[in-house]
Design a protein around this ligand. Structure first.
Ligand code: GDP
Length: 205
């Protein structure tokens, strides 16, 4: 894919909602971005869309308390969901977040697929295994992204990617991502665009 012609077009923030009842009217295809707290979700969104402060990046895990809607181009919206698996949150907050994630994923009629993030250093964590089983059980299509690849040596990267693939048996294969490598962005959009086309051809079959 030509890096000067990536498929987003002036991405922008639309709104944030804390409860399912506040969700905006479904207008175009939505893809949600999901992952464990601190997996690098906000950093990924900002980097892959080349917009520095689109999603708020913080070093404190557990900060994304709402579902945040972003317009990516004329035909696509991304929804940044709260990170799961953060231990230091109160039980009532955890329950609200998981209700928000659950209701969005189960009820959103224009949800076409899940961009699912896993930290390259944490293969096979229980919170991820549980989340993946639940998403797959809903019949949602998953596009896997393995984050923070620059944190490991190349040989450890290869080892951990294999381990993650062995745990989850993904299709399509995951994109290995680092916010410090611009080639990650090009690779993501190439694979993600092909996946969107595949989903469309399945829907039309
Ligand atoms: P979120 O809680 O999932 O939204 O995670 P953040 O985007 O806030 O990132 C958590 C931490 O991981 C921050 O300190 C980021 O700078 C760091 N981070 C995210 N992506 C990468 C990456 O690709 N490489 C490195 N080295 N650090 C990253």
């Amino acid at each position: 894919m030509n890096p000067t012609k990536l498929p987003y077009n002036n991405p922008r923030y639309l709104c944030s909602v804390a409860h399912h009842r506040e969700m905006p009217k479904p207008v175009s295809a939505e893809y949600c971005v999901l992952g464990r707290s601190n997996v690098g979700k906000s950093s990924f969104i900002n980097h892959v869309l080349e917009k520095r402060n689109l999603a708020h990046v913080s070093k404190m895990p557990g900060k994304t308390k709402c579902a945040n809607f972003f317009r990516i181009n004329d035909t696509m919206i991304w929804v940044d969901l709260p990170g799961y698996g953060y231990a230091k949150t109160s039980q009532s907050e955890k329950e609200r977040w998981s209700k928000l994630i659950k209701e969005y994923c189960e009820k959103r009629e224009n949800l076409y697929g899940v961009i699912w993030l896993i930290d390259i250093r944490h293969a096979g964590m229980k919170a991820d295994i549980d989340a993946y089983e639940w998403i797959s059980g809903l019949g949602l299509s998953v596009f896997p992204v393995i984050t923070k690849s620059d944190k490991l040596t190349q040989s450890d990267c290869i080892k951990n990617v294999r381990e993650i693939e062995r745990c989850f048996n993904f299709s399509p294969r995951p994109v290995v991502y680092s916010i410090h490598k611009d080639i990650s962005r090009v690779k993501f959009w190439e694979a993600f665009s092909a996946w969107i086309e595949l989903l469309a051809s399945k829907r039309n079959a």
